[in-house]
Design a protein around this ligand. Structure first.
Ligand code: NDP
Length: 456
């Protein structure tokens, strides 16, 4: 089966790649397994951090070419793609500076003459990654993994094969030995065999809940560690004392960045009834004024296509089903009449609990607005979801917002800001958003053997 690279702005096929057969795949994974001993034992952490600095340089030198590839393959605005590549470089800078302290031996007094914890590599780690941030998601998994001394295998989403190969080339150009980072040209059907391969020790998956369940089930049978980041339906609570203009600016950015195709996008806007009408009016105006449709490579464009037609169809199906059950469209609600996967920025109101808009993740440019009668009601609505990734609270009463933040069932809650990932802070979810953490010292320790050494 071939993997196709299709430009979502035009629908044109731009490249096609053959996928590997099982024998080729098994052989590559076996060879990568053999390479682990050299990588982990013959390089020091300092040498691996030096490679990170070189990789940051490669990313910055090639930023424009890589950004163009991202835009061509999955459709995001070129300026957003450039920012994504820069963020990957910043991640390399971050771990180059902090990994030595984060992975240093930790002396622990225990009655021994010496006892300590050492953070040692596990072996080969598989990353199953999505298309929405085709560089950032991969770097977020691979950079800490290889810096510890692990080998990284990438099974990227089938719609971004050129990004997948370009990332491997970035590692090669930075000077990483062959095999330390390897792109596997396979579809989802071959992931199980990679997880079951004896050389593979662990899996990190970012993507949908069904994909996460499938991968975790196989890894569970094999007793191999998993980290899962499975999306969310983040609440954006606007309290009655919030600064409405700031909240609306946050709402537009939080919902429509990356055309809404982000796990930590603000998805459910829970607005206090005292300011509900004012918020809706300002939100509608901001959405209708902001967007200029066009080629995502073009500087003037602010409305980019979604990544694939099937994803647009699924989103539109969720909108239609909600409207049939009584939801009201404030603006948008249709595919634009032009080539490519363009969906009108949409706001839905009058939501009730039997609608997809209440319970499902909307992975695209559709804002769902709910009305809350008081803070406790707002928090109850925020937690009335199977997901638990991020969320935000907009209020001038920081003390109350902080108490609510602690009560929100999520891996992160931001106050007076949209949720965003930051290399310095742990990233991950609770409930059906997955488990484990990426980034920060918590992320780099996920794929280590946290080993006790005890000397009498
Ligand atoms: P998927 O979860 O299907 O894809 C993510 C990755 O998982 C891809 O590499 C995919 O491979 C792989 N995969 C899919 N199914 C399996 C499986 N059974 N076993 C092993 N690997 C698998 O996401 P989609 O691209 O289909 O997007 C659909 C939905 O996923 C979105 O609407 C959104 O809800 C969610 N999503 C969440 C993201 C996040 O950041 N948390 C990112 C992207 C999507 P392949 O491409 O070959 O199918």
């Amino acid at each position: 089966m071939a993997m196709k690279s299709i430009n979502p702005a035009t629908g044109e096929e731009i490249a096609e790649f053959d996928t590997w057969d099982q024998a080729t795949l098994d052989d590559v994974v076996t060879q990568v397994g053999y390479g682990f001993a050299d990588w982990a034992k013959l390089t020091t952490l300092e040498e691996r951090c030096l490679l990170l600095k070189r990789m940051a340089d490669v990313l910055r030198d090639d930023q424009d070419i890589l950004a163009e590839l991202i835009t061509l393959e999955m459709g995001k605005l070129y300026s957003e793609a450039q920012a994504e590549v820069e963020k990957c470089a910043m991640l390399c800078d971050y771990y180059a500076e902090h990994a030595p302290a984060q992975l240093a031996d930790e002396i622990i007094e225990s009655g021994a003459s010496k006892s300590y914890v050492a953070y040692l590599p596990l072996g080969v780690v598989l990353g199953v990654m999505p298309w929405n941030y085709p560089f950032w998601q991969v770097f977020r998994f691979a950079v800490p993994a290889v810096t510890v001394g692990n080998m990284a295998l990438l099974k990227h989403a089938s719609n971004v094969p050129q990004c997948a190969l370009a990332i491997q080339e970035v590692f090669r150009k930075a000077g990483y030995p062959d095999g330390v980072f390897t792109t596997l040209m396979i579809g989802a059907d071959k992931v199980e065999s990679v997880i079951r391969h004896p050389a593979v020790q662990a899996v990190s998956l970012t993507g949908s809940e069904p994909a996460g369940r499938k991968v975790a089930a196989v890894a569970g049978e094999e007793l191999k560690k998993t980290v899962l980041e499975l999306g969310g339906s983040d609440a954006f609570i606007v309290m009655d004392d919030a600064h409405i203009k700031t909240a609306v600016e946050g709402a537009v950015k939080g919902r429509f960045l990356n055309m809404g195709q982000s796990c930590i996008a603000s998805k459910r806007f829970i607005v206090d009834s005292m300011i509900y009408d004012e918020f809706i009016e300002a939100f509608k105006t901001a959405v209708e004024d902001k967007f200029v449709v066009g080629d995502p490579m073009d500087k003037e464009t602010t409305l980019a296509p979604m990544a694939r037609q099937d994803l647009l169809d699924e989103l539109h199906g969720q909108v239609t089903a909600s409207v049939e059950l009584g939801a009201e469209i404030v603006t948008g609600g249709y595919q634009l009449d032009r080539p490519g996967c363009y969906y009108a920025p949409t706001i839905l109101t009058n939501i009730s609990s039997n609608m997809p808009a209440f319970s499902e993740e909307f992975f695209g440019p559709v804002a769902i607005v709910l009305k809350a009668t008081e803070p406790a009601h707002a928090l109850g609505l925020a937690n009335a979801t199977d997901f638990g990734l991020g969320g935000s609270i907009w209020s001038n009463d920081i003390a109350t917002a902080e108490t609510m933040a602690r009560g929100m069932e999520s891996g992160a809650t931001y106050i007076n800001s949209i949720t965003f990932s930051d290399p310095r802070l742990p990233f991950g979810g609770v409930k059906n958003s997955g488990y484990g953490r990426e980034l920060s010292e918590h992320g780099i320790r996920e794929f280590t053997n946290i080993k006790t050494i005890w000397i009498k």
